[in-house]
Design a protein around this ligand. Structure first.
Ligand code: F6P
Length: 400
């Protein structure tokens, strides 16, 4: 059986290590032995704080360059030795952003094919969040947050100065890590690992997602849509019950919409969870009913019968006057979800959404027929628990 070197490429904070770990786990589930050789780990072991300074990464710093090349060579040797002894896929995790570095790797590793996997992610929200996350690494322990930020941004700048996209190498795959989309590729044909890696890259990868709808609001009681109403007493009780039900569940990330009912539902869940990250995304705001915002369904039926008729005929594609349709929601919800899952990585996530939003999220996982999506059941006393990998699909609805 062939073996493979998989070499990560990309600027810092583009999701390389996360994808490397995912590929390693995914290949293991397929019965392939893979291991990660991370240059950063070796650097931190060998050099400690000295290599945290941005100048260490300057292309003009000959000594820094020499040390980093040495670390690269050391990992190439370890990977080669491991692959020839017992492994199937050796994953080399480092920036490898210059053509010179990649040409060197191709010249050094001639016993098995070398596939370069370039990770691209220019989403400003994610980039910002990922860079902030980096400042919490132990190597920045002696820095204030602003100092760490400046130092890391300086480091990225040095890598940007020498960055050249893949293209001249023999085998490569260029991936948008947030969207899980292949942007371009020169496939490693005949390798049994190539299709497996490709599948891992493009699949939804959800370790554990709890998807709840906000509790009852006054608008819900009146059959009124949209707006920004607070929870009713019953809605607050539902929020408490959800928090109680999940009290022993680790939730590292909680995502809400920007609406009050979503925040109020998340509040009891967050009580005492001091390390939980919380983010509100506009992408998770409820379907915008345009001219019908704040109206009751009965009022719409009487005063704007064409809206009711339009929705009855094709609820998925019908857009409210000056508002949205379910079809229009799909892209923004997908973007929000991809961001949320990228940020959370392998950690458990809670998302407190809305009726239409949660239907669209579920449809992304369920491959539902379009006409059925606007009717998916999203009750206020049950949540969905979702866990998905290319080999596992778990979607359960749980009462609380
Ligand atoms: O009724 C609550 C609500 O979240 C509204 O704000 C929203 O317009 C509606 O649900 C979406 O559900 P449907 O598409 O079935 O009207």
């Amino acid at each position: 059986m062939h073996k493979l070197y998989l070499v990560m490429v990309g600027l810092p904070a583009r999701g390389k290590s996360r994808l490397a770990r995912r590929i390693c786990g995914g290949l293991a589930a397929d019965g392939f032995r893979s291991a990660i050789f991370n240059n950063g780990d070796v650097r931190r072991q060998l050099l400690g704080a000295e290599s945290t300074l941005p100048e260490f990464y300057s292309p003009d710093n000959a000594e820094g360059r020499r040390i980093r090349e040495e670390i690269c060579q050391r990992n190439l040797a370890r990977a080669r030795e491991w692959l020839n002894r017992e492994g199937d896929v050796a994953i080399l995790d480092a920036t490898n952003v210059s053509r010179t570095r990649r040409a060197f790797i191709e010249r050094s590793l001639t016993d098995h094919p070398v596939l370069f996997l370039e990770c691209v992610n220019e989403d400003p929200v994610l980039l910002n969040a990922c860079i902030r996350n980096k400042t919490r690494l132990p190597e920045y322990a002696g820095y204030t947050e602003d100092e760490a930020l400046a130092s890391f941004v300086g480091r990225i700048g040095y890598y940007e100065a020498i960055y050249e996209p893949v293209g001249r190498e023999q085998y490569w795959l260029c991936v948008d890590t947030m969207a899980g989309r292949i942007l371009a590729e020169r496939p490693c044909e005949g390798s049994p690992y190539y299709p497996a890696i490709r599948e891992i890259v493009v699949s939804w990868w959800v370790q554990s997602l709890y998807l709840a709808r906000h509790g009852q609001t006054e608008y819900n009681v009146q059959g009124r849509i949209g707006g920004d109403p607070p929870l009713t007493a019953r809605g607050r009780m539902q929020a408490e019950a959800l928090a109680l039900h999940l009290r022993d569940q680790k939730l590292d990330w909680v995502f809400t919409s920007t609406r009050m009912r979503s925040h109020e539902t998340a509040a009891p869940l967050l009580r005492g969870r001091y390390d939980t990250h919380v983010m509100a995304f506009k992408e998770f705001d409820e379907i915008w009913a345009g001219d019908c915002e704040g109206m009751c369904y009965s009022e719409i039926r009487e005063t704007m019968p064409e809206v009711t008729a339009g929705r009855n005929a094709d609820k998925y594609h019908y857009a409210y006057p000056h508002g949205e349709s379910y079809a229009m929601l799909r892209e923004r919800v997908r973007r929000g979800l991809q961001r949320a899952l990228f940020l959370a990585g392998e950690l458990p996530v809670m998302l407190v959404g809305h009726q239409a939003i949660n239907r669209v999220i579920l449809s992304l996982f369920l491959r539902q027929r379009e006409e059925d999506i606007p009717y998916i059941n999203v009750p206020q006393n049950q949540y969905y628990h979702i866990s998905l990998t290319p080999r596992r699909k778990l979607i359960e609805r749980i009462s609380y």
